[in-house]
Design a protein around this ligand. Structure first.
Ligand code: HEC
Length: 108
């Protein structure tokens, strides 16, 4: 196998992974749900200071983009104070229940 073949395989694998079901590796949706409720819901309920945010507020792609880029600019220290792992779990939960996911959830 020459390097071009290897590169092709690499590209195909990358494309496949990017569009497969898992948002980010290592995220645990089941842990993410209580984390989201505990850390986010206080401000993100209807009438809360951050406005209502539920998994269904965004699509799967939007959630991944949010956590990749915008989460750093979230007001206050909530996001900064969470561990990378907890954030991954929250990201995974929101992704799995996103508006265009197979099982959208409003999350009470
Ligand atoms: C201390 C209150 C507070 C907490 C806790 C909090 N947020 Fe926020 N959040 C805000 C505020 C304020 C905004 C800005 C709202 C705006 O610009 O309209 C915001 C904005 C957001 C937005 C953008 C909303 C949009 O329409 O795109 C998202 C997504 C978000 N927060 C997610 C989270 C997540 C996930 C957590 C938990 C890890 C969290 N927030 C915890 C106050 C909070």
């Amino acid at each position: 196998m020459n390097w071009k073949t290897l590169l092709m395989i690499g590209l195909i694998l990358t494309a496949f992974t990017a569009t497969s079901v898992l948002a980010i590796d290592g995220g645990n949706s089941r842990k993410g749900k209580p984390l989201f409720k505990r850390n986010c819901k206080s401000c993100h309920n209807a009438g809360g200071e951050g406005g209502e945010v539920t998994p269904m507020s965004k699509t799967m792609a939007q959630w991944d983009r949010y956590f990749k880029k915008k989460a750093k600019k979230h007001p206050g220290d909530v996001i900064k104070n969470l561990s990378k792992k907890d954030l991954k779990d929250i990201n995974q939960f929101l992704f799995d229940k996103a508006a265009d996911s197979p099982s959208p959830e409003t999350c009470g």
